[in-house]
Write a protein that binds this ligand. Structure first.
Ligand code: PHE
Length: 404
């Protein structure tokens, strides 16, 4: 099956939809790293290279931070076993932001000022990357968000990068799936008005769905964590919607889906990557079945990078790596690669090396960092069956379309 027609403002793409099978905190060093290139003395820097990670290790998006942190630590462990980077060991300092914007900004400040981080990894949630990004930018310390998909995140400045696709693409993928696969012409949207990620995706879905000839019959907002949403659900129920787009994070999404089914809403739900948590089916219960979401990778994919990573992650953590883990791992690998190529670990040299990342093959695919510091990637659509992510459709972006 072909999903073509994605005309993102950044690049024109041919999109192919393939139905696939079933689908801590460390302690850092206080001294600032000169990377051997800065400082007054010519002697090379020694000791561990500190990388900072700001993440929701607790709070309503805790599985995002935990999965990402585990994968980054796995990448570092493997790298250190092979001699580290530039002959030095790599050390990760993680600061928990509890999913709060104010704490995200503080975490980045502390990672840079107190721990001497040469680069920052994080955040997952777009609003938190939007809070932390300006701090890294101001300090001229490069930041790579593994998984923040809102387009505004990398517009913060030339030190902020990402290794995931963007929400204009992701919203389009959801709309195309709803329209062509679910054959829906009337869609309702329920989104979190407090999250840049959620409101952005709602807009991108709406735009794409309308362009495809569909109709948005109602658009309802909620505030994350506050799930008094019976009036919104009544509006959706009476709207005649054949599909409900729900671009929220997993804890809210799980509760909303369960309440929607209790309220008699029968239309399938389609969500975005924010659903990606093993907690989602636990929260939603049986109501999760028959719903779909777009994501960054599927652990069942046949590529050697995926198989290898899923195996190693399982051996280390006794669980299946989710999309957050896959992206966290790729972000760490992109950073190591850039560090190795950079003449020094100064913010400027490292920034330039990250910006020069081309044709990098990771767990989530092969990608380059473009002039807007973004990655062009493929997406998958996952279906919940029997409480499990059993079916996936792969949506590949193919830049070859540009040449046609
Ligand atoms: N893309 C989401 C955001 O930008 C975060 C996310 C990524 C959540 C991947 C789950 C999986 O806020």
């Amino acid at each position: 099956m072909n999903l073509s027609g994605w005309h993102g403002h950044r690049v024109r793409l041919l999109v192919t939809l393939v139905v696939a099978g079933a689908l801590a905190t460390g302690c850092g060093k206080k001294d600032k790293d000169t990377g051997g290139g800065g400082g007054s003395a010519a002697k090379p820097a020694t000791g561990a290279i500190v990388i900072g990670h700001f993440a929701s290790m607790t709070g309503p998006q805790a599985t995002f931070g935990i999965s990402t942190d585990r994968a980054i630590r796995l990448a570092i462990k493997e790298r250190n076993a092979k001699g580290g980077v530039k002959g030095r060991q790599v050390e990760l300092v993680t600061i928990d932001d509890a999913g709060k914007q104010s704490e995200a900004a503080t975490a980045v400040t502390r990672l840079i000022n107190d721990h001497g981080a040469v680069a920052i990894l994080g955040e997952v949630a777009s609003s938190l990357s939007l809070a932390g990004g300006p701090i890294a930018q101001k300090a001229k310390i490069p930041m790579i968000t593994p998984s923040s998909t809102n387009p505004d995140v990398t517009d913060v400045g030339d030190y902020v990068f990402r290794v995931c696709f963007l929400d204009d693409f992701q919203g389009w993928v959801g709309a195309k799936f709803a329209k062509e696969n679910l054959k829906a012409t009337k869609a309702a949207i329920i989104y979190d008005q407090g999250q840049a990620y959620s409101s952005g995706l709602a807009d991108y879905f709406e735009k794409a769905f309308k362009e495809m000839g569909g109709q948005i019959v109602t658009r309802q907002a909620y505030t994350g964590g506050n799930l008094e949403i019976s009036s919104q659900l009544q509006a959706v129920k009476g709207s005649g919607a054949e599909v409900v787009y729900l671009p929220g994070y997993y804890s809210d999404a799980g509760t909303i889906i369960r309440k929607a089914r209790d309220a008699g809403i029968k239309a399938p739900f389609v969500g975005g990557d924010g659903w990606d948590s093993e907690e989602l089916p636990k929260i939603a219960g049986d109501a999760i079945n028959g719903n779909y979401f777009s994501n960054h990778y599927a652990p069942e994919e046949d590529r050697p990078e995926v198989k290898n990573f899923v195996e190693k992650y399982k051996a280390e953590y006794q669980s299946t790596a989710d999309g957050l883990a896959a992206l966290g791992y790729d972000a760490a690998l992109v950073l190591f690669d850039a560090m190795e190529r950079a003449p020094s670990l100064s913010g400027k040299d490292l920034r330039d090396a990250i910006a020069a990342t081309k044709n990098f093959t990771g767990v989530t695919g092969t990608f380059s960092i473009d002039e807007n510091r973004n990655a062009m990637k493929s997406a998958v659509i996952v279906e919940y069956k029997d409480g499990k992510q059993t079916m996936a459709a792969r949506v590949a972006q193919d830049a070859a379309a540009e040449k046609k």
